[in-house]
Write a protein that binds this ligand. Structure first.
Ligand SMILES: [Zn+2]
Length: 191
């Protein structure tokens, strides 16, 4: 019995090898046959793809959901093993992208504080253009400006552009959690 099973297994192995060998030596023929089939059954193939689209998407979603936990565990493990490399790369990116990294930090900070409203990078740049890229408190130019929330997020201020003023780092930190509107009176009336 065992021998018969083994013989069958061997035969299968030989068949498989023969099939592979055939395919390898007839690549062009197989390809052109497949192309011809595709030409002759174009409509059917398209219809089949259309019909099975939802099903395929559903499978994908199901698979994704089913393996979520596994993915998380794998990612955590990978992160543990690569933590230093990831951090080095992140720091390098931050150094070479100071503007973008400030944007990301500012947005995350506002979100974490549960602030209402939001402003775009364009609005922030527009505000800086309007005020000549100067700190509204000390008037200095030529230094990186930070978004100060006129009414601090902690006091329920919004992250909307109407609650933002550009301040230099030093003025921003000395204002701290006070509510001070440094914008010109004409501008305050607008918003
Ligand atoms: Zn300043």
């Amino acid at each position: 019995m065992a021998n018969a099973e083994e013989a069958l297994q061997r035969k299968r192995e030989i068949n498989k090898r023969a099939v592979i060998k055939y395919r390898l030596s007839h690549v062009e023929q197989i390809r052109s046959r497949a192309r011809q089939y595709a030409r002759e059954h174009k409509e059917e193939i398209i219809a089949y793809r259309e019909k099975s689209r939802e099903k395929r998407l559903a499978w994908g979603r199901e698979y994704y959901a089913k393996h979520q936990e596994e993915r998380n565990v794998r990612f955590k493990e990978w992160y543990q093993n690569n933590r230093e490399r990831v951090m080095a790369r992140t720091n390098e990116w931050r150094r070479s992208h100071p503007q973008e990294s400030r944007e990301i930090y500012a947005r995350r900070h506002a979100r974490e504080k549960g602030a209402d409203g939001a402003h775009t990078v364009k609005e922030w740049e527009g505000l800086n253009n309007l005020f000549g890229h100067s700190c509204l408190a000390c008037g200095k130019t030529g230094m990186p400006l930070t978004r100060d929330h006129i009414i601090p997020l902690k006091s329920g201020g919004s992250d909307d552009i109407s609650n933002i003023q550009p301040l230099c780092k030093s003025c921003n930190s000395s204002k701290h959690t006070k509510t001070i509107d440094y914008r010109p009176i004409y501008f305050q009336d607008w918003t």
